[in-house]
Design a binder for this molecule. Structure first.
Ligand code: TMP
Ligand code: MG
Length: 243
């Protein structure tokens, strides 16, 4: 059985605390003298990443299909170096991955010009965004990431969109609005079921609304276990999405 580094992904809604946790985690891996590397998607430093950055800041308009493919291409740019690092025994920690790609794109709906219906508080009538048809089919959103290296562990920091929306800096970028984030959260739940059904590594949901330290400890327990499995050869070779 090959020994290798663990491929760990942190996912969640915007402002769920991923980036803070990722940098704390990399520090702990460092302190424990576990060779590790932190990467982040979108990687805004590459030419493709710069275009994505401009799109997210609403400085550029890009067709929804095209931007989806660019997000995926931005991962493919790093795919072979991820595998190389894992095989060299380096634990790769990744802040967002293909699951964000699917969740954020498949949750897009056509902007509605129609005025919103008035729904009384406490009413069970579904709000409009739940009935609007998706702009991009789910299976189409999934396909460009097929064959990317598969994570061994995905930690999903779950937070209610309403709580995330109150955190500092929220609303600066495209997608940072509660209606979209609600749909993204539903999509993540569907993705987690598929990850489990298809055995694409482990998917762990942690409460991102807890105290920072508590979340950090919970992540650390999961990651330490994945690292151990890698060192002891239990992870096997690097798998691919969605083998
Ligand atoms: P960030 O806030 O982690 O930098 O991510 C930027 C935004 O891009 C965030 O709203 C999630 C979204 N996104 C996608 O739409 N597709 C993707 O493939 C990725 C990685 C992120
Ligand atoms: Mg963001």
């Amino acid at each position: 059985m090959p020994r290798r580094g663990a491929f760990v992904v942190i996912e969640g809604l915007d402002r769920s605390g991923k980036s803070t946790q990722a940098s704390n985690l990399i520090q702990r891996l460092d302190d424990a003298q576990i060779p590790s590397k932190l990467i982040k998607f979108p990687d805004r430093s590459t030419p493709i990443g710069k275009l994505i950055d401009s799109y997210l800041r609403s400085e550029t308009e890009v067709d929804d299909h095209a931007i989806h493919l660019l997000f995926s291409a931005n991962r493919w740019e790093l795919a072979s170096s991820i595998v190389k690092d894992l095989e060299a025994g380096i634990t790769v920690l990744c802040d967002r991955y293909a699951f964000s790609g699917i969740a954020f794109s498949a949750s897009k709906v056509a902007p509605s010009d129609a005025p919103k219906p008035v729904v009384a508080e406490g009413s069970s009538i579904a709000p409009t965004h739940q009935t609007a048809p998706p702009l991009l089919p789910y299976s189409w959103c999934r396909s460009p990431d097929v064959s990317l290296p598969a994570p061994d562990l995905t930690v999903f920091l779950d937070i209610l969109p309403e709580i995330a929306s109150k955190r500092a800096g929220y609303g600066n970028e495209r997608y940072e609005n509660q209606e979209h984030q609600e749909r993204v959260r539903e999509l993540f739940s569907r993705i987690s079921e598929e990850v489990e059904a298809e055995g694409v590594g482990r998917w762990v949901v942690l409460d991102g609304g807890l105290e920072l330290k508590e979340v950090e400890e919970a992540i650390w327990r999961e990651v330490r276990e994945a690292v151990r499995e890698g060192v002891e050869g239990e992870l096997g070779g690097v798998k691919r999405l969605w083998d």
